[in-house]
Structures are given as structure tokens and as C-alpha cells.
Design a protein around this ligand. Structure first.
Ligand code: NAP
Length: 230
């Protein structure tokens, strides 16, 4: 067994590299891309987003296609993957769709100082895991693997992307570019500042480019595990 799940990072950005509005959600995908993302979600064991995304986007993070839900059920899986989030402050609302929608398991990796508060707020809707003084994404991946997660989809936002990429924990990047500019430097970008393993001295491997209506999908292999099947 691998010590961390196969990790696929999926993100939509504007032409000028932003992934949302200032404190608000912006739809950057189109229907074809949402359909593609639904299929990717259905192929995964868990989906992870940061607490910022839970608060700002209020995502449901469930497989929406009945056929795909049925296929998962036929394989003995929950209709949708396990939902995972990370938080330091535990400032999360148990009524958010992340917790309220879908029957599957919800995991909250919480920094140790806020674990008691997180259990009080979220203990009835999620399993709160003590992630240590600062949640380390590699350790989180190891814990998910021990819980049977073989394939993890990371779906944002900037802070989470940055940690997974700078820690070299991503095997595959699926990036869609929407034909819009957001034009506000206060908006979140795809990643924050950091030291990335792929840079002018070590370029990432582009393995596929696909047009989906008015968006383009760029698929990068970021590790030798790229394309690994279970
Ligand atoms: N276009 C897309 O594909 C896409 C997808 C998803 C999100 N987004 C956008 O991304 C934006 C949100 O990005 P963001 O960077 O502000 O937030 P984020 O990455 O979703 O979440 C950041 C939060 O996660 C928690 N966190 C992150 N790393 C942690 C660690 N190591 N240990 C413990 N907790 C940790 C902290 O939560 P606490 O503050 O609770 O302590 C932190 O404030 C939104 O605008 C959203 O619309 C876009």
C-alpha cells in the first residue's frame, strides 16, 4: 500500500490566473466542464477543500449524476466520496452544505488548539481529527491512506493548493482556463507565494490539452505515479 493517496488537484481559473472573487464564488466552469469534474469526483475516494472554500463557496461536493452514484453503489462504495476539510480556527458552520448534504463520511483535520471547539461545533456532523499543532498535508495524506483513501481529489482553494504543490504531494494537475478576466489583485489566485518543485529550471510535463466548449483543460503529470490505477 502507498503511504499517501494518488492525488489529483483540480482547479478552474480565469485567463488572468484568479480562482474566485473577493470573498465570493465566481463560476468559471461551464456545463461540459462540470460534467467532467463530476466524473472525476466519482472516480475518487475523497475530496478535500480548505475551510476558506467551505465558508466562501459553500460547496456540496457530491456526485450529482444518478448513473455515477449508482455505479459507485454497485462497487460497494458510498454514493459520493468522503469529504475532507482542514482548519486551524474551527470557524465552520455545521449547517454548511459540506456537512449537511450527502450521506457520506465527513472528516475535519483540525489544528490541536482548536480540536475541542471543533468537536463541540461539528461533532454531530463530522469526524474531527487532531491534525497536530499545524496540519501537515503529508501527514494528512498518510492518515487518509490508512483510512482506505487510495485516490484523493483536491479542489481548492489557494492556500490548500499551495501546500499540496510546494510539498510535492500532487501526482496530477487538472487546470481549466475560463475565457474571462477577473482583474482584481485582491482576488485569490490559483496559488499563493511559495517554492514549487516545477519552475523555469524544472518544467512540469503537459500530457493533455482538451477544449470543452469555451474552456480549455490542461492536464499535467507531476509525479511518476501519474495515471496510476487502483
Ligand atoms: N476556481 C476553483 O476551482 C476554486 C475551487 C475552490 C476554491 N476556490 C476559491 O478559493 C478561495 C478560497 O481560497 P483560500 O486560500 O482563501 O482558502 P482555502 O485554501 O480554501 O482554505 C484556507 C483555510 O484552510 C485552513 N487551512 C489551510 N491550511 C491549513 C493547515 N495547514 N492547517 C490547518 N488549517 C489549514 C485554514 O482555515 P481556518 O481559517 O478555518 O483556520 C485556512 O484559512 C475562494 O475564493 C474560492 O471561491 C476556487
Amino acid at each position: 500500500m502507498q503511504d499517501r493517496p494518488y492525488t489529483l488537484l483540480s482547479c478552474s481559473m480565469s485567463i488572468d490566473g484568479y480562482i474566485g472573487g473577493v470573498g465570493s464564488r465566481v463560476l468559471l466552469s461551464n456545463e461540459d466542464d462540470l460534467e467532467r469534474v463530476d466524473a472525476v469526483r466519482a472516480s475518487c475516494d475523497a475530496i478535500l477543500v480548505g475551510a476558506g472554500t467551505v465558508r466562501i463557496d459553500n460547496p456540496r461536493l457530491v456526485v450529482r449524476s444518478e448513473a455515477r452514484r449508482g455505479e459507485r453503489a454497485a462497487r460497494g462504495l458510498a454514493a459520493s466520496p468522503t469529504k475532507v476539510t482542514v482548519t486551524r480556527r474551527a470557524d465552520l458552520d455545521a449547517r454548511a452544505d459540506f456537512f449537511a448534504v450527502g450521506e457520506g463520511e465527513k472528516l475535519v483535520y483540525c489544528a490541536s488548539p482548536s480540536v475541542a471547539a471543533a468537536r463541540e461545533r461539528l461533532g454531530t456532523v463530522a469526524t474531527v481529527v487532531d491534525g497536530g499543532e499545524a496540519v501537515d498535508m503529508r501527514a494528512l495524506g498518510t492518515d487518509l491512506a490508512a483510512r482506505g483513501v487510495g485516490r484523493l481529489m483536491v479542489e481548492g482553494g489557494s492556500a490548500v493548493h499551495t501546500q499540496f504543490l510546494t510539498d510535492d504531494l500532487v501526482d496530477e494537475l487538472q487546470l481549466t482556463v475560463a475565457p474571462v478576466f477577473l482583474g482584481d489583485s485582491k482576488a485569490p489566485r490559483f496559488v499563493r507565494d511559495g517554492s514549487f518543485p516545477w519552475n523555469p529550471g524544472r518544467r512540469a510535463a503537459l500530457v493533455d490539452v482538451r477544449q470543452l466548449g469555451d474552456v480549455v483543460l490542461l492536464r499535467y503529470a507531476l509525479s511518476p505515479r501519474f495515471g496510476e490505477c487502483r
